[in-house]
Write a protein that binds this ligand. Structure first.
Ligand code: ADP
Ligand code: PMV
Ligand code: MG
Length: 334
């Protein structure tokens, strides 16, 4: 039997980092996906073929306490830790420890770019392997297991990324609970710096600053939470669209300033943010963990001018659409 599952990337519209401290955040799935094939093998090992992660041609097998690398890249085990944890967790759920499973991954999502590649690969792997092992999990349950994978690998995770990747659409998220917001097309442009940041490291860096000076950082996190609540009110309001977009844009700019204050922006990210604003975007901010990766801009009138400004500033614009669909089982072959 072979199973193919896929799961989407996301953008965090408001509230990254502060969401790790129990504040709310708003995120949406987007139309870039990770695809995972799962099948049994008779070696009793976990075998992972990561076809297009930027460690080329990497294949690694784990069996008991032995690891077989079929390429000699030292960071391989670390890079594949989300996939390995996802498979181990599902095997445990299904009481199938020791069962040999091979997964093969292809992905459209840039890695370490703030678009939730870690959550998408975890969710798609859990989806494919759980179906292979005959577990009946709802997408919401898959999202919860995806959260556990992120916790195990990163040490800290709010769970917003695996939740939105599993269930799709547009959500308000707080402390493990989500509320679906009405689906809406937002006129956004994503700008990719071309460099990456590790969520694990950035979350740990913010934690160190928080522990060093909680009296300074806590009010920043509280303000970020207020931005999210205000943004939710604006999104759900009956105000004219142009008024709503203008308010959302201002909130994005404030949120960006606070993320910069936490130290997760980079020169390049801020250059793309300012280039987009100068070209007429109503607002622009980092999306995801930062340290490289992506920003996004709200540009109802001038998406193409903003995309050009991002290119001139040295970034890569990506026109993406919000995706209603979360985890999908694409194919089940005998
Ligand atoms: N296609 C993939 N195959 C295997 N692992 C992947 C894949 N895409 C992402 N990952 C895992 O996710 C990690 C990046 O996650 P993270 O630092 O949270 O950034 P982001 O989620 O913003 O892309 C990678 O280092 C790797 O471990
Ligand atoms: C920084 C954070 O808020 C979002 C991280 O998203 P990403 O891995 O950069 O796509 C962490 C989390 O919510 O667990
Ligand atoms: Mg991630």
């Amino acid at each position: 039997m072979r199973v193919l599952a896929s799961a989407p990337a996301k953008i965090i519209l408001f509230g990254e980092h502060s969401v790790v401290y129990g504040k709310p955040a708003i995120a949406a799935a987007i139309d870039l996906r990770t695809y995972v094939w799962a099948e049994f093998n008779d070696k009793g090992a976990i075998r992972i073929e990561a076809k297009d992660i930027r460690v080329p041609g990497l294949t690694v097998s784990f069996s008991e306490d032995e690891i077989y690398f079929e390429s000699d890249y030292g960071k391989a085990a670390e890079v594949l830790s989300y996939v390995r944890q996802a498979i181990e967790l599902v095997r445990e759920e299904a009481d199938a420890n020791g069962r040999g499973i091979t997964v093969s991954i292809t992905s459209q999502i840039p890695v370490g770019a703030g678009l939730g590649s870690s959550a998408a690969v975890a969710v798609a792997t859990i989806g494919a392997v759980s179906r292979l092992l005959g577990l009946e999990l709802s997408n919401e349950e898959v999202g919860k297991l995806g959260h556990q994978v992120e916790l195990l690998v990163q040490g800290a995770s709010s769970g917003i990324d695996p939740t939105v990747s599993a269930i799709g659409g547009f959500i308000h998220y707080e402390k493990g609970k989500f509320e679906r917001l009405p689906f809406m097309e937002l006129p956004i442009v994503v700008g990719y710096t071309g460099s990456s940041g590790s969520t694990k490291e950035l979350v740990a860096m913010v934690r160190r600053t928080y522990e060093e000076m909680p009296e300074v950082i806590e009010p920043v996190l509280v303000a970020m939470g207020k931005i999210v609540e205000k943004a939710r009110d604006v999104l759900l309001s009956e105000l004219d669209e142009d008024v709503r977009f203008a308010q959302l844009g201002r909130l994005m700019n404030i949120n960006h300033g606070l993320l910069d204050a936490l130290g997760v922006s980079t020169k390049k990210l801020s250059e793309l943010v300012y280039a987009a604003r100068t070209a007429g975007a109503l607002g622009a901010k980092i999306t995801g963990a930062g340290g490289g990766g992506c920003m996004y801009a709200l540009a109802p009138e001038n998406q193409s001018e903003v995309a050009t400004a991002i290119t001139i500033a040295g970034g890569t614009p990506m026109i993406t659409r919000i995706s209603g669909e979360g985890l999908r089982i694409e194919e089940v072959l005998p």
